[in-house]
Design a protein around this ligand. Structure first.
Ligand code: TXA
Ligand code: MG
Length: 341
């Protein structure tokens, strides 16, 4: 049985306490954050954490992010807290930034996927913070999707993947940012961007200086990726995604051409692009600004899948600001099928 708690309008502490009790009992609770929905469990309870991996079908070496509600919790989870971590937390927490630090003995290896480091973030969402506070536990939470599927930005997406399989889903409406947090490894010098996300790299560099970009961020994943999450199939809908990048008008022309080509082959074609004036079988208008596109991205992939299309033609964006995260997710969803025009 899955309890769905509707908290779209007001945050009800009494109901949060019911969900918090489940966390303390080692059960799974899905909850909204400002980025995407998370599938939460007590980060320090090995059995609870193992349930997350089971429910998602997630490879056990892909580590989880631990969510906290107060900076002092970092000292419980990390064995060293460098100055840069304090600077970043001061400036960006609560917010869509995850930092990787050396782990403390308290954190089970089940949570860190066997690594000696731990990923920590403080989410900027009233429900998430209240749940962490009320459960009095740090909460490990990957995105609340079956491993490999697009991340959930609505409680309905979570229910599609987990209804009947987890204890509780807290419905807080649509998530604001739509792509996951930016992950920065502070155990290396210079620090390394492991995953672009809701906080643009440019903003982070203003605070701690130059950051190295992991080679897998923009291109094909390398074998020994530092973030184990990089090496798995990700964000992939059932349909084959093709990303078309280049100058706006040329991209639009190419999409029109490809629609005809694939339709002639008897395929059902979907398009996700700015504007929805295409003669495809299904179109998702992804929006104009970086913010809109990030927010709509995963929903578009899920909806086009529901439309039953065979192929999704996706318009690329410039790899700066939030665009770096958007292209990273799109390329993965496409299995790196990127067409430059
Ligand atoms: O916005 C988000 O970060 C969402 C919400 C729910 O907070 N969570 C999320 O979790 O996206 P997940 O598990 O889907 O992605 C976690 C990412 C993976 O790429 C994983 O490899 C990386 O963080 N990660 C976690 N711990 C790590 C560690 N110790 N070292 C390197 N990478 C780590
Ligand atoms: Mg995920």
């Amino acid at each position: 049985m899955t309890i769905v708690i509707n908290m779209r309008d007001v945050v009800d502490r009494k109901k949060i306490r019911i969900a918090a009790r489940s966390i303390r009992e080692g059960k799974l609770v899905a909850f909204p954050t400002e980025t995407v929905y998370g599938l939460g469990a007590d980060a320090l309870n090995e059995n609870a954490v193992k349930r997350i991996f089971e429910a998602k079908g997630r490879p056990p070496d892909n580590p989880l992010i631990i969510h906290i509600a107060d900076f002092t919790q970092v000292y419980e989870l990390a064995s060293e807290v460098p100055e840069k971590a304090k600077l970043l937390a001061e400036k960006f927490w609560p917010g869509p930034l995850t930092i990787v630090l050396p782990k403390s003995d308290k954190v089970p290896y089940a949570t860190t996927g066997g690594l000696d480091t731990v990923a920590i973030r403080m989410p900027a969402h009233e429900i998430a913070l209240a749940l962490i506070e009320e459960s009095k536990r740090p909460i490990a939470a990957p995105s609340a999707n079956i491993s490999g599927k697009p991340s959930p930005t609505l409680a309905e997406h979570v229910a599609d993947d987990f209804y009947g399989k987890i204890e509780c889903i807290i419905d807080g409406g649509e998530t604001k940012i739509g792509v996951e947090s930016t992950v920065i490894d502070l155990t290396t010098d210079p620090p390394m961007l492991l995953r672009p996300g809701g906080l643009p790299l440019e903003e982070i560099e203003k605070v701690i200086g130059k950051i190295k970009i992991h080679p897998a961020v923009k291109g094909k994943p390398v074998d020994l990726a530092k973030a184990p999450g990089m090496k798995y199939k990700h964000y992939a809908p059932e349909a084959q995604v093709i990303v078309i990048e280049g100058e706006r008008e040329k991209v639009k022309e190419k999409i029109k051409e490809l629609i005809k080509e694939y339709k002639a082959q008897g395929m059902k074609v979907g398009v996700m692009a700015t504007g929805d004036f295409y003669e495809a079988d299904a179109c998702f208008n992804i929006g104009e600004s970086e913010e809109e596109i990030a927010k709509n991205l995963f929903k578009a992939l899920r909806e086009l899948d529901k439309d039953g299309v065979d192929i999704i033609l996706a318009e690329g964006v410039e790899e700066k600001g939030l665009g770096l995260a958007v292209m990273n997710r799109l390329k993965k969803a496409a299995g790196y099928r990127v067409l430059k025009v």
